[in-house]
Design a protein around this ligand. Structure first.
Ligand code: THU
Length: 158
């Protein structure tokens, strides 16, 4: 028998965050207004804090050929790479806006996004903190993207 424990922080609201994380979450919130999501009408915004302090943003972009949709998280990673090539992202804030409900619990990144976030950690040898919030309600802060992808596929097998 083996047990896996994941430790993460829970905050009641943005006021409980430090100033830098609060700013990052606000940037993610602003970013989702750029979402191009005419098929799902579900908006996702992500803001990436680069080492050194700069912020890059991303949002989901959908396509009439549905599987081609681009999630907000890899869009933010690409924006970060464009802004400062070779500089790692150390924190990403992710938030959502639903057309049908007020999302009052943190929305978690999809499996593909988790795989890309953990690759970023491995590539740069960093922990990528993940800040999650819905439209309201609690905020979860994970200390590493790998905490969201236990037993993930990794390059040591190649
Ligand atoms: N979406 C993201 O942007 N990130 C995720 O981690 C999950 C889902 C987007 C894809 C699609 O545009 C919409 O949310 C609904 O699935």
């Amino acid at each position: 028998m083996a047990t896996l424990t994941i430790t993460y922080d829970v905050f009641e609201g943005p006021e409980a965050l430090g100033a830098a994380d609060r700013e990052l979450l606000a940037a993610a919130r602003a970013a989702l207004e750029n979402s191009y999501s005419p098929y799902s009408n579900f908006r996702v915004g992500a803001a990436a804090r680069l080492r050194g302090g700069a912020i890059a943003r991303g949002w989901n972009t959908e396509n009439a050929a549905y599987p081609m949709c681009l999630c907000a998280e890899p869009a933010a990673l690409a924006a970060a790479a464009n802004l400062q090539p070779g500089v790692p992202v150390t924190t990403m804030a992710i938030t959502v806006k639903s057309p049908s409900q007020t999302v009052d619990s943190p929305a978690s990144p999809c499996g593909s996004c988790r795989q890309q976030l953990t690759e970023h950690e491995t590539r740069f040898g960093v922990d990528l903190r993940i800040i999650l919030r819905g439209e309201a309600g609690p905020i979860y802060v994970f200390h590493s993207a790998k905490d969201l992808l236990p037993f993930g596929f990794a390059s040591n097998l190649l």
